[in-house]
Design a protein around this ligand. Structure first.
Ligand SMILES: [Zn+2]
Length: 272
């Protein structure tokens, strides 16, 4: 009993297949039932395993003995329990047949064991398949991330190689003296990449917003960016009118951005 109490979720998880097949012994089944009362994960998994087991059992060939065979076995059992006097008439028949009866019984037992083992293997394979598809989904996510990074790198290289590309260095202001940024943009297409580092991480509900400072002194609003760990690495488009801005700045604004700068200036760089 105390051994059962110390069992963990993982131990019970291992028992679920056996429980779904109905082959756990009573004590184990009881312990599992108590665990199920407080574990949603195991309960959901058992439900799924039972459904699968039912489906698999439906697919498996029937192993119950045919009606006639069953009747013959029952008849033999019944006769073997009769008193010697009563059974004497059929004694010869009984003594002649034990080998057949013996093999039939063991054959049926073996057959049902084979089916249980097959079902257990199918269940294990099915769980393994679930696990693998989860891993596969994770691998696909990683691949997509790498592809995005690769695309960005390719884009950056193409951008830097283009003769009409301008690269602007932005320096941290007194509120972020260690912050630095590089803004590269294609003056013809407006394709832009911004790398910023050492910014204070974006507070909740806030975002960094890019501003195009025109020669008139007016600040045109640009995109908003998050710097979760103090870094920004992003690509976007600069509208035609803003490509001749005399300077670029980054301020901290409400997350959705504003029409005119309201927050502190963090980065500033002039377009030479
Ligand atoms: Zn559990």
């Amino acid at each position: 009993m105390s051994r059962m109490k110390r069992m963990k979720h993982e131990d019970f998880s291992e028992m679920l297949e056996l429980e779904a097949l109905g082959v756990l012994d009573q004590a184990q089944s009881e312990a599992l039932r108590r665990h199920l009362e407080e574990c949603d994960v195991c309960r959901a998994e058992l439900r799924e395993l039972r459904d699968t087991a039912a489906m698999l059992a439906h697919l498996a060939p029937p192993i119950a003995p045919a009606k006639e065979t069953r009747a013959r076995i029952l008849e033999r059992v019944r006769r073997s329990r009769l008193s010697p006097a009563e059974s004497s008439a059929s004694e010869e028949a009984i003594t002649a047949s034990p080998p057949r009866s013996f093999w039939l019984k063991w054959g049926l037992l073996a057959a049902s064991l084979v089916v249980i083992i097959c079902l257990a293997l199918l269940l294990i394979l099915w769980r393994e398949r679930q696990r693998l598809s989860a891993e596969l989904a994770q691998a696909e996510r990683t691949e997509r991330q790498l592809r995005t990074e690769l695309d960005r790198e390719r884009e950056l290289r193409a951008l830097l190689a283009a003769p009409q590309t301008r690269v602007i260095e932005l320096e941290g202001t007194q509120v972020a003296p260690h912050a630095r940024a590089k803004l590269a943009y294609d003056a013809r297409t407006g394709r832009a990449i911004l790398f910023a580092t050492n910014l204070p991480p974006t507070p909740a509900g806030k975002a960094y917003q890019l501003w195009f400072i025109m020669s008139s002194g007016e600040a045109m609003p640009g995109d908003v960016f998050k710097a979760e760990k103090g870094d920004i690495e992003t690509s976007f488009f600069i509208p035609p009118i803003a490509r001749n801005a005399k300077a670029f700045a980054l301020t901290l604004e409400p997350a959705q951005g504003t029409r005119v700068p309201t927050g502190e200036k963090y980065l500033l760089g002039s377009n030479s």
